[in-house]
Design a protein around this ligand. Structure first.
Ligand code: K7E
Ligand code: CUA
Length: 657
């Protein structure tokens, strides 16, 4: 008994000791004296950088200012947003359409800003959806999701949406290989090796940003994880990390961790383009949605595409090559010169850095070690520039500062490590709190990084902030990287689960035609009401269209009668304001969807099917003026079949004695 008690004390003490020793000891004094002044942005002053952060399982993208870490906005992309009505208004519902029907949620991991000549240009930001494979384009004039394209033939679009140096292509690929959509997918799961394939998608980006799935490369059924395009000399190539080269279909934590090396797949997409031009592509049936937002009609439409052009990587011998990479690589990052390819093996004790020049040489001299599923495997040493020795444990992602240095997050040892790209020497290491995933230097994956700040996105927060029950926010940590040593400046919580992020000098977005409001004269919405005189209520069978306007501080009409139980009522609400920052909201009692948040000059539609008779108040939800609380109205709902006539008015339906 006594013995047992002692034993348990011993276990507790040992446990504590372990816990304490795991926790970096300088957790609070890691911040140096002048940190506060470096992140202080005085009231009314702007931040220096925009920071776009993926929302992970929130499906959205959030926007922060740097260096303050202030949250500026959350932009709805792949998930419904009751706050703005995204996914609830009739105009926006088609944005979330897929070949599986309406999908109101996704898991959003990576972002990439559009580039011109290898530099971020502030036009668009692209976002991936991991679960139901999609790529979105967000317009940075309006901070609105402008387009979403679904990717057929794949599962888990993770290594996406990385883009080439002039935004020629944005890519995607299967993390979860599956049988192609048009193949018979009703096969035993343990026929993985025979029936499951990986598909790499090359989505062409047009002048106005329009997305078009140009072609897909059929690749072996492995897990494609991350990717990055070549730059400068290596422009024309794309590099994808892949794991599960064991092709396991169960218990991957064991069965996909057997091989000593997996691969980075190098794809010569310029060559692939040539094959497409030469007619080597094969059209196969596929079904995928392409959703576009039309600024003129302020309405989205969804189109289902039926075909895709494919190239087979094992038949066309010179578009894909495998570079062996230890061990279950995750991040695949290319330095600003385009010469160095960094693979981060989650289970590797070193970081391999490959040379593009050597890779090209090795391919020319056929220095191969056989092939993998018909794709030539380049000899490891032949492509290797060198290895970073003892960088830390669990390397995940690498960014660059443009001054010859790389920064790699170490998930297991909870630190970020700075090293020199040429001589591969570790220069500095700093603890992070805790278990970092991605990190971000503004422009850090382009040819021109702005190497002043670095943000590390941590997976585990534990004791960093006031506790909020079992669920804790994840956290970002801002570092100053302008000197030789990294300096921790700030911790701040984030929305959803942040994975990758992007940063850009604020003026590149501010000076790129930011929209302050929609011009009412240019509003070509099918149900726009451009002045109060045009307001009306029109019954078409059991459909009722309400052409409504709002302006400080009333709706027109605000008294509506003659609606019947079971009617499909469409409130088409136009905000007549022509001034920055004067949205109005619209909500009605009992509506089983959301509110509308209508920007100045915009029209949005809420569908409402009343299920009971009675009086239903509606009101403005956004505090817009001193008389905001007066901004309200009533709808009278009569029983089905009632003959109460349609009437509507504002200001004239005066009290009866
Ligand atoms: Cu490392 Cu999905 Cu980019 Cu998260 S992934 S961390
Ligand atoms: Cu309009 Cu409050």
């Amino acid at each position: 008994m006594k013995n047992k008690f002692l034993k348990s004390i011993f276990v507790v003490t040992l446990g504590c000791a372990l816990f304490v020793s795991c926790k970096p000891k300088d957790s609070t004094d890691a911040v140096e004296g002048d940190a506060a002044s470096k992140v202080y942005v005085a009231p009314g002053k702007y931040d220096e950088f925009y920071n776009f952060v993926s929302g992970g399982f929130s499906g959205q993208v959030s926007v922060y200012g740097l260096p303050s870490g202030r949250l500026l906005r959350v932009m709805p992309v792949f998930s419904e947003d009751p706050q703005s009505g995204y996914g609830y208004s009739e105009e926006t519902k088609p944005m979330l359409n897929t070949s599986h029907g309406y999908v109101p949620w996704d898991d959003q991991h990576h972002l990439d800003l559009s580039q011109t000549n290898g530099e971020v240009d502030g036009r668009w930001i692209f976002a991936n959806a991991n679960n139901t494979p999609r790529i979105a384009r967000i317009d940075l004039k309006t901070f609105k999701t402008a387009e979403i394209i679904e990717l057929p033939n794949c599962g888990g679009n993770h290594s996406s949406p990385f883009i080439t140096q002039n935004t020629e292509y944005v890519v995607g690929a299967s993390r979860f290989s599956v049988p192609a959509d048009n193949d018979d997918g009703d096969v035993p799961i343990n026929t993985y090796k025979k029936n499951f394939k990986g598909y790499l998608s090359f989505v062409k980006v047009g002048k106005e940003g329009e997305l078009d799935l140009a072609f897909q490369i059929v690749a072996p059924g492995v897990n494609f994880d991350l990717s990055h395009p070549g730059k400068k000399e290596s422009h024309g190539w794309f590099f994808f990390s892949c794991y599960n080269t064991e092709q396991a279909n169960t218990l991957l934590e064991v069965n996909a961790s057997k091989n000593d090396k997996d691969f980075i797949m190098a794809v010569n997409w310029k060559k692939a383009e040539e094959y497409i031009k030469a007619g080597k592509g094969k059209r196969i049936p596929a079904k995928y949605a392409h959703n576009t937002w039309d600024e003129k009609t302020q309405t989205a439409k969804s189109e289902i595409k039926k075909e895709v052009l494919t190239l087979d990587a094992s038949e066309l011998k010179d578009i894909c090559y495998m570079i062996p990479c230890p061990k279950s690589p995750h991040g695949c990052d290319i330095d600003p010169t385009g010469e160095y390819i960094v693979g981060s093996g989650k289970l590797a004790a070193l970081i391999p850095v490959f040379s593009f020049t050597k890779l090209k040489d090795a391919i020319a001299k056929k220095q191969f070690d056989g092939n993998y599923a018909g794709i030539p495997v380049v000899k490891y040493e032949a492509a290797l520039h060198g290895e970073v020795q003892k960088p830390g444990l669990g390397p995940l992602h690498t960014e660059f500062d443009g001054k010859g240095n790389a920064y790699t997050t170490m998930f297991v040892s909870s630190e970020v490590v700075k090293w020199n790209i040429k001589d591969l020497k570790v220069l500095d290491r700093k603890a992070t709190y805790y278990s970092p995933g991605h990190l971000m230097v503004p422009g850090g994956n382009t040819e021109k990084p702005f190497g002043k700040y670095m943000v590390v996105y941590n997976k585990i927060t534990k004791d960093r902030f006031l506790p909020t029950g079992p669920e804790l926010a994840q956290s970002a940590q801002l570092f100053d990287i302008s000197g030789d040593k990294m300096k921790l400046l700030l911790d701040y919580p984030t929305i959803g689960e942040p994975h990758y992020a992007q940063g850009i000098p604020a003026e590149k977005i501010i000076n790129n035609g930011q929209l302050k409001y929609y011009k009412i004269a240019e509003n070509n919405h099918a149900y726009a009401t451009k002045g109060e005189k045009e307001t009306k209520v029109v019954r078409e069978g059991n459909k009722v269209h309400i052409y409504m306007t709002c302006i400080r501080s009333h709706f027109a009409p605000d008294n509506i009668e003659g609606i019947r139980v079971g009617d499909e009522v469409y409130f088409h609400v136009t905000n007549l304001e022509q001034d920055w920052d004067v949205p109005h909201g619209f909500a009605i009692k009992g509506a089983n969807n959301a509110e509308l948040l209508i920007m100045p000059g915009e029209t949005l539609t809420l569908k409402w099917v009343p299920e009971k008779k009675g009086i239903f108040p509606f009101y403005c939800t956004d505090f817009c003026s001193a008389l905001h609380q007066e901004m309200q109205g009533y709808v009278r709902v009569s029983p089905a079949g009632s003959n109460v006539p349609i009437t509507y008015s504002v200001g004239t339906n005066l009290p009866k004695e």
